[in-house]
Write a protein that binds this ligand. Structure first.
Ligand code: GTP
Length: 352
């Protein structure tokens, strides 16, 4: 089975973290985000993956090479100008032999591929959209289906009285080559606003399948943090190979935990390769420290992410925030909820 992953977006909502790294390569629990997706695809029998790249394509080659390390044959189709989600698939049409899986490159999900394929075949559909249920449907574009499970209509951010369902596009699709061939070549074109409404308009078979697995679009800072809290909290299965466990602490190779380090609340703390936590540091909930991070004495960190090479000064306080790679957070600084420091930021001592 072959899969295309859409990875060409600018990731503007995740700035400043995406200023230097494209969203699919940003670390999630200390691995490039896409690695979680690729490993899951391989587990489910996908061996050939094409990455449809646009923004900062070299970062993908650096992170994954030809995919051998992950047991996948990885190829790239680069767009010199953005073609949109549909245009990107059309650009890679030569790769689509038979039924092809297409995934957004910014969704963390546990997709049951066998069930998805079964539904697609049973519906004799040209395209099938995976859906996921959400608690607050007003925030999303909804996909309404009929009793036979075919797509009936799309509702963009409906008002409460317009809501007839709670299923949204999960960012995973199965396509027959005939559906891909319906996308106009070489132009900016969207799957969601272009191809799918077009297929519906012409009475072509567009099916839906509801996925019940974990689902999270990591496209905003809030959700990016949530992916870490969920992973460390146990909501999705973390790859824990090679980690030492000490109570709620998970230590990668060479990581050091100083004396009198405290943890309170639910969740776990991951110390990346070669990271070090000084005496008397306090952790609350789930915290992810990247490779080579230093947390100095008495610092306190609650539900936050510190990326590779950053240093957190003594008695600094971090809560529900993201500290970029190689940042310097001075002694006694306070970084509060919702904040994100771009790579290399320097906060002098006692900044708030
Ligand atoms: P924002 O700028 O924050 O909205 O993020 P984004 O640019 O990633 O856009 P969005 O979240 O809507 O994109 C959904 C998925 O499609 C992501 O995995 C993007 O990488 C991908 N994507 C969006 N536009 C393009 C494009 O023009 N070409 C390719 N190849 N992928 C795209």
């Amino acid at each position: 089975m072959r899969a295309i992953i859409l990875t060409g977006g600018l990731g503007t909502r995740l700035r400043p973290l995406t200023a230097d790294l494209p969203k699919p390569v940003l670390p999630v629990i200390n691995r490039p985000f896409l690695e979680h997706q690729l490993l899951d695809l391989r587990r489910q029998g996908v061996r050939e993956v094409l990455l449809a790249t646009g923004f900062k394509p070299r970062a993908f080659a650096r992170a994954f090479g030809d995919g051998k390390r992950l047991g996948i044959r990885l190829t790239f189709a680069h767009e010199t100008r953005p073609l949109g989600t549909g245009g990107a698939v059309r650009h890679a049409a030569g790769f689509c032999r038979g039924t092809t899986l297409v995934l957004n490159g910014d969704v963390l999900q546990r997709l049951d591929l066998a069930a998805f394929l079964k539904r697609h075949a049973a519906a004799r559909a040209e395209a099938t959209i995976a859906l996921t249920r959400v608690a607050d449907p007003t925030q999303f574009g909804l996909v309404e289906t009929d009793r036979a499970g075919l797509v009936k209509r799309f509702l963009e951010k409906p008002s409460p009285e317009e809501i007839t369902c709670d299923t949204i596009n999960a960012g995973a699709y199965l396509f027959e080559p005939s559906a891909v061939a319906s996308i106009p070549p070489g132009v900016l074109y969207s799957l969601e606003r272009g191809l799918f409404p077009e297929l519906l308009k012409h009475g072509r078979r567009l099916a839906a399948w509801v996925s019940n697995g974990y689902w999270l679009d990591i496209g905003t800072l809030d959700k990016y943090l949530q992916a870490h809290l969920d992973g460390l909290g146990g909501a999705w299965p973390l790859p824990l190979v090679g980690l030492r466990r000490r109570g709620p602490f998970l230590l990668d190779s060479g990581a050091q935990l100083g004396p009198r380090v405290w943890h309170e609340g639910a969740g776990r703390v991951l110390l990346g390769r070669g990271s070090a936590v000084g005496p008397g540091a306090r952790f609350t909930g789930s915290v992810c420290l990247g490779a080579g991070v230093r947390v100095e004495a008495g610092a306190s960190l609650a539900d936050c992410i510190v990326l590779d090479g950053a240093r957190i000064g003594s008695d600094a306080r971090l809560e529900r925030c993201v500290v970029g790679r190689r940042c310097r957070v001075g002694a006694g600084c306070i970084v509060g909820p919702g904040r994100a420091l771009g790579d290399g930021s320097v906060l002098t001592a006692f900044s708030r």
